[in-house]
Design a protein around this ligand. Sequence first.
Ligand SMILES: Cc1ncc(C[n+]2csc(CCOP(=O)(O)OP(=O)(O)O)c2C)c(N)n1
Ligand SMILES: [Mg+2]
Length: 340
Amino acid sequence: MSKAIPAPALERHGLSDEKLRWMLRNMQMQRTLDNRGFQLNRQGKIPFATGSEGHEGIHAGAAAAFERGKDILVPYYRDIGLCVGVGMEPRDALLSMFARGADVSGGRQFPNHYSHHRLGILSVSSIIAAHCPHAVGAAYAMKLRNETGRAVLCSFGDGATSEGEWHEAINFAAVQKVPIVFLCENNEWAISTPRTHQMAVEDIISKAAGYGLPGVKVDGSDPIATYAVVAEALDRARSGGGPTLVEATCYRFLAHTTDDDDRTYRTRDEIERHRHLDPVPRFERLLLEAGVVTTDDLAAMKKDVLAEVNRVTDETEALPYPHAHEIYTKVYEGAYEPWL
Ligand SMILES: Cc1ncc(C[n+]2csc(CCOP(=O)(O)OP(=O)(O)O)c2C)c(N)n1
Ligand SMILES: [Mg+2]
């Protein structure tokens, strides 16, 4: 009689079962919110949404490494899962999509451009890479104030690494050894431009060598591996070891945004060829095989996430737009509040 071959032990990098289940729920929440954005747009209820399908592993892994109440996140527009992972409520994502008055920006910010003062989430910039010098500035302030034990996590896409501001930011960060982790979410595309048409190097981390900071490449479809790399880089930054460039690979499964028709520049075949990288079913399978979740747990988790997103969608849609007389509130007020 042949014996069943036991599944290889899960390399969990110290993550408890509870934390692994939390990461999986975060990934399911991200995907559900993502799909909700596209659905609401196609129903004509919201003007715009970005899709982050394929980025879930990076977001769950990096969020698990982020220390709430200490670290600062400087995200970009594709980071819905990362923002929710560091404490933003799904309701905030819907308030932003619906541009309701109760949104943190009062319904004024571009959809998917989140921010949250209390959670330490700096406002997203639509201008590619413009947030990188801001992130370095926040990290420089930590250094000047002798604040150890905290760091900045700054994320961006592969396309951002072709921008001048990105190069200036990482150069200054490396020279000043500020506490920051640069997290590149390399999804192979910058709207319709494939990575190979905008850089002559294979690996984005090779750009780190020119500036004298370490670069680490990780499979971003694997949230545990991403966690391990980002956690180590954040730890080093928090203890005065300086910046790191992390390149987390993934694939963008949806069009760039709801305004983009990706059929004009890539085949459906190409997308299907990358399906094996889809982090959500991959992580579900891994946790099932390791006995961290059961099929019943999985079904309950998905049902619970969908119920929450349905509930906040309805609640948020029912809320009012900002009033015209509030046009100047939440624009300049509080702009000089320090980031404590
Ligand atoms: C300075 C600047 N140039 C061009 C644009 C238009 N634009 C918006 S998103 C984008 C692609 C960015 O790609 P990437 O950094 O790889 O991020 P991804 O969208 O793939 O996650 C471009 C070119 C912009 N917003 N800002
Ligand atoms: Mg990209």
